[in-house]
Design a protein around this ligand. Structure first.
Ligand code: SDX
Length: 440
């Protein structure tokens, strides 16, 4: 019996005179699901689950999370081992292809990433016509979907349906190569500097840093410590199972639209301050605390006050009710990077003090609210020289291989179908049209 299938175990449900048996589904890490795919057919009823807190949308073999134990693995490999020993391009290959590459596979993949790293020259005009302070996430989302116009390799007229495996490989590798260039160009646009083109003699992260920080008058010196920190950050952001943006990619992709449009939807979802946009909101929150004299308790109290919309950005998580394993690694990388770059960021001490207070506060302890992936990442981006409005773009760069892996798995799933949830209608009952002259 393949994993994730029914093994003749059932959950019973009795209501309104119905007696139903629904198959149990067991995952490879002993997670249990109740397959209710026949519920509406047998009873006319649907389930209601705001935020999908209790709902699995699919079977997946990409990433395993255990929120209670703080476990995160990509294709079975602990993220701690990958952050310690691997590089982002190797992890991207692992997520997209399901296995670690051999030397020749890695070499071929890196060569393609360089070959595909340029964007069509006509795309430059899009950048020139954006307002000066356009947010790079808005630019990124628009640029990615526009790739479907410049690279219509979808043999089925801009649809993913019927794409060959070869076409999928080209489209996904092309996107991984170009998103780095688009991100760097959007930064150059925002500071009014000329674009720096990708170079074939540089590896993925080095190329990105060079496109970001070199200029005709400044030859950026690539610091191996910065490259190492960037690889770790991108690896830690690479996937996170069925989070909001991955679910957006799967849902939009389920309509059969092309890859670029589905990924563009993921970028838009990630932009939200409750999701990937939190890394920018954390730094803005810490800067505000610093400006206001560092009264941290005031913010802790605001975060606990239900009448106040303020939330402690970078804290809390839908799945982790323990320390986010990624936050632990990023926190220690923070100290390393600042020390090796000889930098001192007062926001780090504010963040450490804030964490200390929150983790000793009953409100946060009772709700299992710990620092998440976004709490310390901005401190490293600042140390590297990346501006605040690019922080979520960095998250998107890291998350792209995960989105691609989820998109590929969804379209290869034997149960692939368009996603269309149901609802519980609570609106007006039947009523008939009344001419305006007769209305009160
Ligand atoms: C990411 O899903 C993923 O995997 C996402 C991600 C990924 O890699 O893709 O990990 C990336 O998005 C990380 C999260 C980044 N967002 C933030 O840091 C924003 C601040 N965090 C919160 O908005 C919140 O914790 C969420 C959005 C992350 C989670 O929201 P949930 O799961 O809906 O939790 P909830 O709102 O139901 O909170 C439960 C309780 C509530 O209080 P009670 O109603 O029980 O009294 O905890 C409280 C919340 O008010 N709470 C917070 C809080 N987070 C939750 N209170 C104060 N500050 C916070 N940050």
């Amino acid at each position: 019996m393949s994993e994730g299938q029914n093994n003749n175990e059932y959950a019973g449900l009795q209501f309104d005179g119905y007696e139903c048996q629904f198959p149990l589904v067991r995952g490879t890490e002993n997670e249990t699901g109740i397959d209710i795919s026949k519920l509406r057919k047998e009873t006319g009823a649907v389930t209601l689950d705001y935020g999908y807190v209790n709902t699995a949308a699919c079977r997946s073999s990409v990433t395993y999370l255990n929120g209670e134990q703080g476990i995160l693995r990509y294709r079975g490999y602990p993220v701690e081992e990958l952050a310690e020993n691997s590089r982002f391009v190797e992890v991207a290959y692992l997520l997209v292809h399901g296995k670690l590459p051999t030397e020749s596979e890695q070499e071929h993949f890196s060569t393609l990433l360089n070959e595909y790293s340029m964007i069509h020259e006509d795309m430059r005009h899009f950048f020139y016509n954006y307002p000066e302070h356009a947010h790079p996430m808005g630019i990124l989302s628009a640029m990615v979907v526009s790739l479907s116009s410049f690279y219509p390799e979808m043999s089925q007229g801009n649809s993913q349906l019927g794409m060959s495996e070869e076409e999928v490989d080209v489209a996904t590798t092309r996107l991984l190569a170009k998103i780095r260039t688009i991100a760097a160009f959007s930064y150059k646009k925002s500071i009014g500097e000329p674009f720096v083109y990708p170079r074939h003699d540089l590896k993925y992260c080095e190329n990105f840093l060079n496109m970001m920080f070199s200029s005709p008058v400044y030859d950026y010196q690539i610091d191996p410590e910065v490259v190492k920190a960037l690889n770790i950050l991108l690896i830690l952001h690479a996937d996170h199972e069925q989070n909001c943006s991955a679910s957006a990619v799967r849902l939009v992709g389920s309509a059969g639209v092309n890859l670029y449009a589905a990924i563009s939807a993921g970028i838009s979802a990630l932009w939200g301050p409750l999701h990937g946009g939190a890394n920018q909101s954390v730094i803005q929150m810490l800067e505000q605390m610093q400006r206001e004299g560092g009264d941290l308790q005031k913010y802790i109290d605001k975060a606990k006050d239900k009448s106040d919309p303020f939330r402690l950005y970078g804290f809390g998580h839908r799945v982790y009710k323990n320390y986010d394993p990624r936050a632990k690694i990023i926190k220690s990388t923070c100290h390393d990077v600042l020390e090796k770059l000889g930098k001192d960021d007062p926001l780090l001490q504010i963040a450490l003090d804030l964490e200390e207070r929150a983790l000793n506060d009953e409100y946060f302890i009772r709700r299992g609210l710990y620092p998440n992936v976004d709490f310390y990442s901005g401190i490293i981006y600042r140390a590297i020289g990346i501006p605040e409005n690019m922080f979520t773009v960095m998250f998107a760069l890291g998350r792209l291989p995960g989105w691609i892996a989820q998109w590929k798995e969804s379209r290869e799933d034997p149960q692939f179908r368009i996603q269309r949830p149901r609802q519980i209608y609570v609106g007006p009952n039947l009523r008939h049209y009344v001419p305006m002259s007769e209305r009160e």
